[in-house]
Design a protein around this ligand. Sequence first.
Ligand SMILES: [Zn+2]
Length: 178
Amino acid sequence: MSTLTILQRGEPVLSAIAKPITNVHTADIKQLIEDLKATVAQANGVGIAAPQVGKSVRLFIMCSAPSERYPDAPLLAPAVIINPEILSASTQQVLGWEGCLSVKGKRALVSRHQSISVRYLDEQGQAHQLTFTDFLARIFQHELDHLDGITFIERLDHEADAIDEQTWRATMASNNDK
Ligand SMILES: [Zn+2]
């Protein structure tokens, strides 16, 4: 298990449509899963998608836990999500702050479906069908976007709507004082 370099926005692989995984049991995929888990843990992220480490395949990890970056995140054991699909989504959209390990130092309010029904395979190749809401739905949509070549910056009306992390911290701190 080793940590991998996280690519930054502008790398072509982050704008590419990733390919479905046809066999989850190969040594390459097992290695990639272990390396992604190590990489996202070291970066204190709540998710990471394979294209962020230069692998253009439809796989991401969700690993929500409260942290300095996301104090209100629910606790979720790292989940391996392969060939994900959104089956249906709530019409209700909610705004929430997002950052990205591939867009260092930026935060923005992004609109996402509040609830989504999804289907995916886990690392054993087992199919899962379930519903995610709120923060977990947000992570899932953010990571799925990476598989379609989209970062959260492309979800904004204007790139300038992203603020730098220091300004974001100051805003959050003053909100917490109220
Ligand atoms: Zn991201």
